[in-house]
Design a protein around this ligand. Structure first.
Ligand code: FPP
Length: 283
């Protein structure tokens, strides 16, 4: 992330709370409880539950994915306003090819539509977009849309928005190792340590996620950011992804701020706050 703004973990951010929630709304009550000085720098989200959301309404699964795009919009906007350094969304795994062809096609079209509709907003909000994964293996029209969005946001130096596509954490580590070996073969090899390996990952130069959220009540990591989440705080919430809105994000951050992060040591990291009572799960 060279040349890109880096926030000091404890810096007082100039966040406009009025932009995050309407006055008097339940969201505003949550925002007031947030400690804006110790926000996560990088939030990663496994967006799960679209199919179940649709099935509960007697609709085809793709309606759940379509409804999920609204949750993506709200989450990206809120995350940018919270001035996260990075937001990573898991949109399509290498395992997702096992889904029916029509569902894969629909997901790719939703992605293209999202990029077409939101690109101007991303630029206006100074958001730098990158796909993560073996995304160059996707259909040519998807690759073109991703490259266009990458190029168009190249000079944006605000939040980094990563969308993981044709992604697998194990493949990412394999790809990194292959590149390291190839660099060694061409005489560019250096000592291999954790820092070196990190530089070969898709997320090179970005901070590791502090907080990983998974929706829909499933409590597993599903091959997502395996290396980078070594010290992430995990939050598994029952809400299905299409219902996820900023209040859920605020609640996840409040929960995060109640954690005692020690990174294997005994000193407590400055993430500290009051345990949050979740109101949204009862909605
Ligand atoms: C998991 O729910 C969700 C996905 C595999 C796709 C996520 C995609 C979107 C939210 C829409 C497009 C994305 C962007 C970035 C514009 P699931 O289908 O596995 O749900 P289930 O477990 O209930 O079946």
């Amino acid at each position: 992330m060279s040349g890109r703004r880096r926030l000091n973990y404890n810096s007082a951010l100039m966040i406009d709370a009025g932009q995050l929630a309407d006055a008097g709304s339940p969201e505003e009550l949550l925002v007031r409880r947030l400690d804006l000085k110790v926000l996560p720098r990088h939030v990663a989200i496994i967006m799960d539950g679209n199919g179940r959301w649709a099935e509960a309404r007697g609709l085809p699964r793709v309606h759940g994915h379509r409804a999920g795009v609204e949750a993506v919009r709200d989450t990206v906007e809120t995350s940018a306003r919270l001035e996260f350094e990075a937001l990573t969304l898991y949109a399509f795994s290498v395992e997702n090819w096992k889904r029916p062809k029509y569902e894969v096609w629909a997901l790719m079209n939703l992605l293209k539509e999202y990029l077409r509709r939101e690109l101007e907003t991303l630029i206006e909000n100074n958001i730098h977009f990158s796909p993560l994964g073996r995304w160059r293996e996707l259909d040519g029209s998807v690759v073109a849309a991703l490259e266009r969005a990458q190029d168009a946001t190249r000079d944006c130096d605000g939040m980094q928005l990563n969308i993981a596509l044709n992604y697998s954490g194990r493949c990412e580590i394999v790809d990194a190792c292959r590149q390291i070996v190839s660099d060694w073969a061409s005489g560019k090899g250096t000592d291999i340590d954790e820092e070196t390996l990190g530089r070969y990952l898709y997320t090179a130069g970005q901070v590791d996620p502090d907080l990983l959220i998974r929706t829909s009540g499933e409590a597993r990591i599903s091959n997502f950011l395996l290396w980078q989440c070594a010290y992430a705080e995990f939050d598994f919430i029952d809400t299905l992804w299409p219902d996820f809105r900023r209040r859920h994000l605020f609640e996840a951050i409040l929960d995060y701020q109640s954690r005692d992060r020690r990174f294997g040591g005994v000193e407590t990291d400055p993430v500290a706050g009051q345990p949050t009572e979740r109101v949204s799960e009862a909605d």
